[in-house]
Design a protein around this ligand. Sequence first.
Ligand SMILES: [Zn+2]
Length: 236
Amino acid sequence: MTAVSGSSDLQRIKEEIIFGMKVLRGEGVLEQNMGHLSYRLDDGNICMIGHLHDKAKTFDEMGPEDMVVIDPDGKLVEGTLNPVGERVIHTAVLAARPDVRSVIHAHPKTSMLFGITGQPILPVYMNATIFAPSVPILDYAAQIDTPELGRQVAETLGNNYALLLRGHGTVSVGADIREAVVVAVMLEAAADLQWRASVLGTPRPVRMDELDGRNVKGTKHAHNVANQWAFYSQKY
Ligand SMILES: [Zn+2]
């Protein structure tokens, strides 16, 4: 994974979370007013969006004042909003994955088709080979709102970059906010391409002999992340 973000300057992190969520909305990953992106601070606490619905606020209206800081058990440390119920997805994945500092939970439509039908999202295009051999599916469609369900999410995710929650949504991860955002967009792009390809014929995933680890030969995931983030920085 790419390098970990350096300083835990909270204001800068809150702004990067808001920017990351703006990218995720623009790229069709965050649907309506739902979903969240978190970041693990240097002290182990977690910064993420609070329960905006309490204020009847939309993502378009959110600002740094709507962020909360929770401890690794999900208890509120700082902020005026309540933490979201599904924070257990973030606390459990961050506890299980020292290599991960940013987690995204979203409900993007095309990825969800694969969770609903139980069909694996395959590495069908070169940027998506990080998902090889396939994206695991947690066979549970209800809210993830208890520590035990959070642990099941983390366990099913394992060492992968992403996970599908059947009938519910997705979880994707990165070593920093930008990687988690790019991975979340890549997941939906992979699902979208595979779905469209399956209309024309049988999708053919990238073959093992075309891979170098989790990258297709001749490419580097870290370069793809940097490249795509630079593009989003211009676009949004
Ligand atoms: Zn959800």
